[in-house]
Write a protein that binds this ligand. Sequence first.
Ligand SMILES: [Zn+2]
Ligand SMILES: [Zn+2]
Length: 261
Amino acid sequence: MKLIFLGSGSAFTVGDGNFHSNMLLVDDHHNRLLIDCGSDARFSLYEQGFSHRDINDVYISHLHADHSGGLEWLAFKTKFDTRPPSKPVLHISSNLVDTLWKNVLSGGLQSINDELADLSTFFIVKEIDNTNKFQWHSVDIHLIQTDHILNDKIWVPSYGLFFKINNITCFITTDTQFKPDKYMTCYQQADIIFHDCETTATPSNVHTHYQQLLTLDPAIRAKTWLYHYNPGLLPNAKRDGFRGFVKKGQSFDFYDKSSFT
Ligand SMILES: [Zn+2]
Ligand SMILES: [Zn+2]
């Protein structure tokens, strides 16, 4: 099983050849789970040799366009492709699904000539209930609610992922502010952490900044890969005790531990 980064850049990544931080989890039977489908996905998938036809399942962490803006493309492309496979399975928190349709997708997708479409026209929708877990083939995946953006003092739903494959426990933060106390149990239990890492001169305060990650305990830094970073010069993450910055196209093989080092 492999985790492939189709891109490792931020929402505003442009000009450095990188793409949005979307990933593909591929199992031993060539089932493929797309982890977030941003507006770069149609380019980033093709660059790694995949197409819409290779996506069996898609998981959406939250509704920013670098994570969900490619869904219209995926929906139309699979709907009007007459060859199998048919609809992708959409895994999404029940706290996000209505807003995804009403506020993100319906404007483009709801009218197919004379047919009035809804989300189930394009996807097999599997809402993730408040137990915050779902199973994807042999993998039990837990959602970790993250603190990414506030709206009128209420956290807008956003969820990272925590799972174990072949005795390697992974925590993928997706987009999050720096909240070490909130995530400490995940940090400690994970063998590998993929962490949101902003590298701008001025922090946005809705992502975790590199300078904040430097304050983490060395033992946590030592198992942390950094992604969702900005274009431009990057700090020397290995010298600072991290695993490094994930490169576009980088692949982590759960049967080859050296790929994580
Ligand atoms: Zn993002
Ligand atoms: Zn975001």
